[in-house]
Design a binder for this molecule. Structure first.
Ligand SMILES: [Zn+2]
Length: 461
């Protein structure tokens, strides 16, 4: 009974189990969260992380073949699409052959979802892809696939130093009951985590947050980069000097270098992140030794493609496309994420032989567009922000092709001169194609899930 209730609650409230720490975690039996598939995948990853490059490639080819064959013989959408492109599973003999198969964008997934998802039944869990543009779609996953997903996430977290049993502080989207601890935090014993309220985090309340964190002693802060950065900014503004975390773990948004440096300075702890989506076709994560993304080759097949469809070379940037492995319910093949990554060089010093991604330059909806057709990633802004102290928070909003608005939350030592410098620098980086105007606000609005992009584009691409 409990199992059924847990599954039903999660099915209707999918956001609750996007992370390991679901809001209704106590209703969910361990069998769902850490069942057989979870344990099996964890054991597998313990070994596969030390594979040679050849072993990774052989595994990827075998899994790609399995995915392509499954899709072709079980899902009419793929059969029609492959036939129209004149390709069949037999054409996949080497990894490079995947380029003969068609790519798929989000619109195609939305329009054809009924013909793409392959399974029906009770053992499916529904998750919404969300996204900043409101173009979310509900996807059905098998429970075993979600367990596998959790195993990959925990493997990534373990790799950067966060182990089961360590007390964590979580600053994400979960609301805190207003009648407990002034609505600032509560202890989730099932998840072994202090849940911090994003809604009540302000310059005035931050000292209370820091003191409660100091007295409870969580080892790790798990947060969206923008929220972690806001937390650190307020902490710095009140002159907080003590070290309260051993590790800061980020996810779900782009982590910019200026944010990472600021977090490392204020919290005096390493900052690590992983990159992934609900669509579950690509996963990249840092290791303990470096600030660089390792492409998780056992998870899916990731490609970084330039606009002409040619793979980006090391040092070049392109859109991330992913092909899912082991997803029998919604297999995605060469799915365009609209996220942009820069390909890394060589292999990591940690000794693992995963391909590397140097940085994620922007995620969907993070880009500034101009009338001449240029697209600027938020990287153009991060150089301008670095080191500035007069802004508690900031966001660039684009509503049309002629103007961007800089929303600013002023810090105590704000000066108009610093803001003018920032705006002039931005106009220059955008090659004066857009007017840069400003707007003072008390706080930057967040999405219902408490996310915030450095650049918020309300234009469609
Ligand atoms: Zn490494």
């Amino acid at each position: 009974m409990l199992y059924r209730v847990g599954r039903k609650v999660l099915s209707r409230n999918p956001h609750l189990m996007v992370g390991v720490f679901g809001g209704v975690a106590k209703l969910v039996p361990q069998g769902i969260r850490y069942g057989r598939e979870f344990r099996k995948t964890r054991r597998f990853l313990q070994k596969s992380q030390w594979w040679t490059a050849e072993q990774h490639a052989a595994y990827q080819l075998a899994k790609l073949k399995e995915t392509i064959e499954y899709a072709y013989y079980n899902i009419p959408f793929y059969r029609e699409s492959f036939d129209a492109h004149g390709v069949s599973p037999d054409d996949l003999k080497e990894l490079e052959d995947i380029r003969r198969f068609p790519t798929m964008d989000k619109e195609t997934l939305l329009e054809n979802y009924d013909r793409i998802h392959a399974l029906e039944g009770d053992n499916l869990m529904e998750f919404c892809t969300g996204g900043t543009t409101g173009s979310g779609v509900w996807l059905n996953f098998e429970e075993s696939f979600r367990q596998r997903e959790q195993a990959f996430i925990w493997h990534n977290w373990n790799r950067v130093g966060y182990k089961h049993g360590m007390l964590a502080a979580i600053l994400q989207h979960r609301e805190c009951p207003p009648d407990i601890n002034d609505g600032i935090w509560y202890m989730d014993r099932v998840s072994n985590a202090m849940i911090l309220s994003a809604q009540r985090l302000t310059h005035e309340s931050v000292e209370q947050y820091l003191k409660v964190v100091e007295s409870n002693g969580p080892k790790v802060l798990i947060a969206y980069p923008s929220l972690a950065h806001l937390f650190a900014t307020y902490a710095k503004e009140i002159g907080w000097k003590k070290k309260v975390f051993d590790l800061v773990l980020c996810g779900s948004e782009t982590l910019y270098d200026f944010q990472r440096r600021h977090l490392e300075e204020v919290f005096q702890a390493p900052v690590r992140i992983h990159y992934g989506h609900i669509e579950s076709c690509a996963l990249f994560g840092y290791c303990k030794e470096s600030n660089i993304y390792h492409v998780q080759t056992e998870y899916g097949f990731a490609e970084v493609l330039r606009e002409n469809g040619v793979p980006a070379e090391p040092g070049e940037s392109g859109q991330i496309f992913g092909t899912s492995f082991d997803n029998r319910s919604v297999p995605l093949i060469r799915f365009g994420t609209r996220d942009v990554a820069k390909v890394g060089h060589g292999t990591c010093v940690c000794g693992r032989n995963y391909p590397l991604i140097e940085k994620i330059e922007g995620r969907e909806g993070d880009f500034i567009q101009t009338r001449s057709g240029k697209v600027h990633s938020p990287i153009v802004i991060e150089f301008l922000i670095d080191g500035r102290v007069g802004f508690s928070d900031l966001q660039i909003v684009q509503n049309d092709l002629d103007e961007v608005v800089v929303r600013v939350v002023r810090a105590a030592n704000f000066t108009q001169e610093e803001l003018d410098l920032f705006c002039n620098g931005l106009a220059e980086r955008l090659e004066h194609e857009l007017v840069v105007s400003t707007e003072f606000v008390d706080e930057i609005p967040r999405t219902s899930r408490q996310k915030k992009s450095l650049v918020l584009s309300n234009l469609s691409r």
